[in-house]
Design a protein around this ligand. Structure first.
Ligand code: NAI
Length: 405
């Protein structure tokens, strides 16, 4: 059990330097490694640091997490968190943070610019020009202005795409399973078919779920306007690639920009194969929708700020696996962070132990999520080592940590 404020972080996988600056500002000592780690080497760094920062190549499995009982938090300096066994982290009382919004703008810019390129049939003309052929002509080339873009999934990215598209004079219609606030003059459609049937450009921004698997299939492609353009920078599972290839071959669709694929190479050295290769007016990109220098920098700052906030205050807003509590800055002499099984009597047991030692509670914030309860308690004095030992060995508590002012 740690009794003092925390000081060491290890950042793996060449995380952007912006993270160092933010963590150092919060008083942490930061070590860096360029590559991913696994096995004994990974366990060794987990055991000797308070915080670990990873990207997508380091896998933190249940036994890795269990091998590091002193680890306080995990920062995923990326969007996805499937490389971490989140349940094991929660059980161990470890909040996991990520950066869900840092690359939103990067994806939105790419999508809108691809729409312009495809409406003008630039990929085709570019290929011909490189091959020494001059394909000057206006036939089949259109402005974006006045055209309709259908946004499927009007969340963080989808709504940003709408704002950018509208600023270029496009009409925006969107389809989402949830009621969403329309930005600008965007209109909600009642169904996916209704959205795609009125659009010159269809762009997908839904998550990968069983419900979105192959949601763009032959039936939906048939409902699209003749010559429409399809853009997918969401997840590869969302589009039935064979059906899309058929619609492009038969020239029912005017073009496509695809950034994500059902099967993607694991590294830049692995081959990439797709039925969509070598088709005219089709842009294929290697899952780079959110890959910009700015996004990397934002990710570094965003995740580091969440980690620093947690270490300083116990606040877990933005944690992907944990009850979210925001107790604010520490004004009391001590703050006790307690993770417990979400069962009747857990909070009473904690408060009884504090009362028995005559420690007064000056503030308390509790949240639960699934099987886990997290309570942050401000105290009028620093509890004794004996009390902390009793909390640490209590059968109903997963973890107890003190932050001292
Ligand atoms: P978000 O969670 O903010 O928005 C997703 C929206 O889709 C929500 O409004 C949700 O209600 C809606 N939705 C869910 N299921 C639906 C369904 N069956 N039909 C219609 N709408 C549905 O997510 P965000 O941040 O906008 O990301 C969107 C997608 O972009 C995700 O799949 C994400 O993984 C992907 N992405 C891709 C990147 C790339 O490099 N290409 C980078 C960043 C994100």
């Amino acid at each position: 059990m740690r009794k003092t404020n925390v000081t060491t972080a290890i950042l793996l996988e060449n995380i952007h330097q912006s993270a160092n600056a933010r963590l150092a500002e919060a008083g942490l000592q930061v070590e860096r490694r360029t590559g991913a780690l696994a096995g004994a080497e990974l366990r060794q760094v987990l055991a000797s640091h308070d915080v670990v920062g990873i990207r997508s190549a380091t896998h933190l499995r249940a036994d890795d997490i269990r091998s590091a009982p002193e680890l306080l938090s995990i920062g995923c300096f990326c969007i996805g968190t499937s490389q971490v066994d989140l349940e094991a982290a929660t059980t161990a009382g470890i909040p996991v943070f990520n950066a869900p919004f840092s690359n939103t703008r990067s994806v939105a810019e790419l999508v809108v610019s691809e729409a312009v390129m495809l409406l003008r049939r630039i990929p085709e003309k570019n290929t011909l020009a490189h091959a020494g052929k001059w394909a000057k002509g206006a036939a089949g080339a259109f402005e974006a202005r006045g055209k309709t873009i259908a946004i499927v999934g009007y969340g963080n990215i989808g709504s940003q795409v709408g704002v950018l598209a509208e600023s270029m004079g496009m009409r925006v219609v969107y389809y989402d399973v949830l009621a969403r606030l329309s930005h600008g003059s965007a209109r909600a459609a009642g169904s996916l078919e209704e959205a795609v049937s009125q659009a010159e450009v269809v762009t997908l921004h839904v998550p990968a779920t069983p419900r979105t698997r192959n949601m763009i299939d032959a039936r939906i492609l048939a409902a699209c306007k003749p010559g429409a353009i399809l853009i997918n920078a969401s997840r590869g599972s969302v589009v039935d690639i064979a059906a899309l290839a058929a619609a492009l071959r038969e020239k029912r669709l005017g073009g496509a920009a695809i950034d994500v694929f059902p099967e993607e190479p694991k590294t830049n050295n692995d081959p990439f194969v797709s039925e969509l290769q070598n088709m005219p007016n089709v842009l294929l990109t290697p899952h780079v929708g959110g890959s910009t220098e700015e996004a990397q920098e934002n990710i570094g700052t965003e995740v580091a700020a969440k980690l620093a906030h947690f270490l300083a205050t116990g606040g877990t807003i933005g944690a992907v696996n944990f009850p979210e509590v925001d107790p604010g800055p520490l004004h009391a002499p001590a703050r006790l962070l307690n993770v417990h099984g979400n069962a009747p009597g857990a909070l009473a047991a904690l408060n009884t132990l504090l009362a028995q030692e005559g420690v007064n509670i000056t503030g308390q914030h509790l949240q639960t999520r699934g099987h886990t309860g997290y309570v942050v308690t401000d105290l009028d004095r620093v509890p004794s080592d004996q009390l902390m030992q009793a909390l640490r060995t209590h059968a109903g508590f997963a973890r107890s940590r003190l932050i001292l002012r």
